[in-house]
Design a protein around this ligand. Sequence first.
Ligand SMILES: C[S@@+](CC[C@H](N)C(=O)[O-])C[C@H]1O[C@@H](n2cnc3c(N)ncnc32)[C@H](O)[C@@H]1O
Length: 318
Amino acid sequence: MTPLKQDELKHVKKDPIKHNSNGHSLSNREKERKMLYIVGLGLGNEKDITLRGLETVQSCDKVYMEAYTSLLSFGLSPDGLSALEDLYGRSIIVADREMVEEKADSILSEASRSDVAFLVVGDPFGATTHTDLVVRAKKLDVKVKVVHNASVMNAVGVCGLQLYRYGETVSIPFFTDTWRPDSFYEKIKNNRESGLHTLCLLDIRVKEPSLESLARGRKCYEPPKYMTVHTAIEQLLEVEQLRGQNAYDEETKCVGIARLGCEDQMIVAGSMKELLDVNFGAPLHCVVIVGSTHELEEEMLQFYSIKETVGLSGKDSK
Ligand SMILES: C[S@@+](CC[C@H](N)C(=O)[O-])C[C@H]1O[C@@H](n2cnc3c(N)ncnc32)[C@H](O)[C@@H]1O
């Protein structure tokens, strides 16, 4: 490719739309190239979409909704989906993990010919998965625009712990009899050594094929499973007992949060041991392990102290 001359560069600055990122003129076909819009839906229900997000969805030829990294308040019951479809005035194709991972290229190829919206609960970049979609799109030269929204990553600030005093976020996967990964332990330990809070995101298992069915060669799916605060703390304590490096213990102060951003959100602060006895109800849940706090943070946590709430025992929600 020949470099642009000085007078051509001036033109690029004035009229960037007619030039690609290398400064070369775009052909008519390229100008008409369509777009993949990744639209954040926010945390509560269908009404948390932004006005820009709504206008984008309504202008797209096809609408997909990612349905495995997060959940709106009503889940993905047929009623929930129709609430979205009614408000947005578009029919929505639910894209599970298999579809996104195996058929991403066909969604992207559609987006090179028509405008495609890909809806994500929370913010598109609140889950690592969607960065992968953007990278693939860029490699295939598919144009991408992102419409942002609230994410658990920022809404967690509601509990009073300052967002800029958090360390690395960790994910806690469901342990099985044979698989008990604990890489979160080291990260929590590092955060706590630096006095930082840790946001723990809890595992979601939606449309996972059962092991027996895989062995039989015919896929059958397990019912959806969402990790509770209770299970997360049980697993955290099990790992501390195994590793024994005093990253935390059952007296460590945490905040359990359920259905953040929904009408019935629940926030309770207490020690790990105390939170084990609190029933946080329906998904989604997350946990913050509290680092060192300053006065204002303590004052806010006080509002959510377990002493103010009544607790029952919590089980994983199915
Ligand atoms: C991959 S992350 C978040 C993805 C989403 N795109 C976002 O930006 O919020 C999913 C995890 O975050 C936590 N989470 C998400 N939304 C939540 C909510 N409304 N209340 C509590 N926890 C939530 C849960 O632990 C859940 O398993």
